[in-house]
Design a protein around this ligand. Structure first.
Ligand code: 8YV
Length: 313
């Protein structure tokens, strides 16, 4: 029996690539010198696509694959997948939510603690030999403080759960209050920012949430407030954030995501009141394996039943 032909848009974990190669005839588009010419020549041969949250898939690529029946994406974010184009052709899109909630929430808390207690900065201080000249300056307490969550979805809820271990009060802002949740609801984002000591962004990316964290919201967070972003760089007006960090109109930031990854502006890198991680929140062996397994299960399920196991909503 011939194996279904799958187009893999970018590199994946070696173990996932090996597992894919057992059941499918996989071709790596990123390995092509001229991907457009390749698609024009061979696009009609593929029935499936495997991509990831960072790459997604655009409408032109979907159009260049006339026999495409299924898309399986590695990641929970689908802001880079052209869903209308997939839907117009009835192509189901599988993704990998939930299995990464814990690691992303752990990273959010790591950033809360690091931004406030300045562990990364104090590590640099010790390595520079500055401790020999005197003690590291005092930092900001985390326990008992107020944590505001922007977007109380699957990941936001796990972050909120973590907060109870730090005796923090939690409030959140969503377009609407979430049913069955005890945390305080702030009807406006500015209200949440004014209230919070730590404003944690856990909202989905995409056009609707673009620059939700604006200059005004950063002003509302104020000079004692910290911004944490483990969601998507596009949710924050990065230029306004850099200005706020430079002028100390907010106390600090902890970021895992940026507007134009993997490029991070030199001005942001120069801000010592920011902790900057290279988009690693889900990056543990355990979680990436679970995400890879779900990529495989989505494909397997589609070829067995016509439906992916976990489809984007
Ligand atoms: C991905 C992510 O691992 O899941 C997401 O949406 O942003 C990360 O967990 C990363 O983007 C690789 O695709």
């Amino acid at each position: 029996m011939t194996r279904p032909r799958i187009l893999q848009l970018g590199k994946l974990l070696p173990a996932l690539e090996q597992a894919l190669a057992i059941d499918y005839d996989v071709h790596l588009l990123a390995g092509e010198a001229d991907p457009k010419a390749f698609l024009a020549r061979e696009g009609a041969g593929f029935v499936g696509v495997v991509t990831n949250a960072a790459l997604g898939i655009d409408g032109a690529t979907i159009a260049a694959l006339p026999k495409l029946k299924v898309i399986s994406s590695f990641g929970v974010g689908f802001d880079k997948v052209d869903l209308p184009a997939a839907r117009a052709r009835g192509i189901p899109v599988g993704y990998t939510p939930d299995v990464l909630n814990d690691c992303v929430a752990d990273t959010a808390f790591g950033l809360v603690i690091d931004a406030a207690r300045r562990f990364t900065d104090s590590d640099r201080y010790l390595r520079r030999g500055d401790w020999l000249k005197g003690p590291y300056p005092l930092a900001t307490r985390v326990s008992g403080k107020k944590l505001g969550i922007v977007g109380l979805g699957r990941i936001g809820r796990v972050i909120a759960r973590r907060a109870s271990g730090f005796d923090m009060e939690v409030r959140y802002h969503n377009r609407r209050p979430v049913d069955g949740v005890d945390f305080g609801y702030e009807a406006t984002l500015a209200g949440l920012a004014r209230w919070a000591d730590f404003l944690v962004v856990a909202a989905a990316g995409g056009a609707e949430s673009r620059h939700l964290i604006s200059r005004e919201i950063l002003a509302a967070l104020g000079s004692k407030g910290f911004l944490i972003n483990i969601a998507r760089g596009t949710v924050v007006d990065q230029e306004a954030l850099i200005e706020a960090l430079e002028n100390k109109t907010i106390a600090g930031a902890g970021l895992d995501v940026y507007e134009d990854e993997p490029r991070v502006p030199a001005r942001l890198i120069a801000c010592e009141n920011a902790v900057l991680l290279p988009h690693l929140a889900s990056g543990t062996h355990e979680t990436r394996k679970a995400m890879g397994d779900l990529v495989l299960e989505n494909l397997r399920s589609f070829f067995a039943t016509g439906q992916v196991k976990v489809a984007v909503p």
